[in-house]
Design a protein around this ligand. Structure first.
Ligand code: ZN
Length: 283
């Protein structure tokens, strides 16, 4: 179940650090100062934002990104090294439900184990948003990605629709890259600067999935995906069809292939995702 839109639980903005900077995945975003005339026309012509690296600023400074990063989640600089893996739903949120007590929230946790193994075999560090049957908020899950530098985000779902045995990859639909009247990027638009990268990543993973799971589309699709909207990283949703199978083992047998396809797609994406080291560069 993917298109589960909920009210945004946090309506604020990326927290401020000083008067003109926002910490953004370990980088400082220096936002262009608006003139008074730009401010008056801000809805028509939003100001541009630029990212400025500040090596003196520790990554994941408490209170800045919303959640402290794990020690394993830090990078030493360089390219993509971390995959934040999100088994969707959990706790009282069961997700899609099928016959025989099948619950999406449980199946995605098992899938996450396979995906994690495949990614680690390719040398990636994996940060999982939940390990058991709990239900972190959308914002908590996004914050785990937003606290990293050089990460991608993958949320895993099982659908209640679609041809059983196929897999679809989604990216968030277009988000206006707005800034607020002070020039800051709203929390619920965090994905906007990363959408082009997310599409590229999604198409690469979808291509790998299509080779393995016949009937899957060749290219990624767009949708309104709440979990992706607040994520400041290349971010995709992977949705496996479906909980309508008669036997859960039909789904379980797909997990290793899904993991392998995501890992291969992530390797392919790594070469094209250059994390800017230069101040002032957008992703
Ligand atoms: Zn779901």
């Amino acid at each position: 179940m993917l298109l589960d839109v909920r009210n945004i639980e946090r309506s604020g903005f990326f927290p401020l650090l000083g008067s003109t900077f926002v910490l953004f995945a370990g980088a400082m975003i220096a936002l262009a100062t608006q003139t008074s005339s730009q401010t008056q026309q801000s809805s028509a012509s939003p100001p541009t934002a630029a990212i400025q690296t500040n090596p003196s600023t520790p990554i994941g400074q408490p209170g800045v990104t919303g959640a402290p990063p794990t020690a394993a989640g830090r990078t030493q600089g360089g390219g993509l090294t971390i995959v934040v893996l999100d088994p969707a739903h959990g706790g009282t949120d069961l997700g899609a439900r099928g016959g025989g007590g099948m619950r999406e929230s449980e199946i995605v946790l098992d899938f996450a184990g396979e995906v994690r193994r495949a990614l680690e075999q390719q040398g990636f560090q994996v940060v999982q948003t939940r390990q058991g049957n709990d239900n972190p908020s959308f914002d908590d899950r996004s914050a785990m990605a937003n606290a990293q530098r050089g990460a991608v985000f993958v949320t895993l779902h099982i659908s209640s629709t679609g041809l059983p045995g196929t897999v679809r990859v989604y990216v968030n639909s277009d988000l206006p890259a707005v800034t607020d009247t002070n020039g800051f990027i709203p929390w619920d638009r965090a994905q906007a600067p990363f959408l082009a990268l997310s599409r590229k990543y999604a198409d690469l993973v979808q291509g790998m999935l299509a080779q393995r799971f016949k009937g899957s589309p060749d290219a990624a699709q767009t949708g309104t995906v709440r979990q992706l909207r607040t994520t400041a990283a290349p971010a995709i949703a992977v949705e496996v069809s479906s909980v309508t199978v008669n036997d859960r083992s039909d789904l379980d047998h797909m997990a290793a292939g899904v993991g392998d396809a995501i890992a291969r797609g992530t390797v392919a994406f790594k070469s094209s995702y250059v994390i800017p080291n230069m101040p002032g560069a957008l992703p």
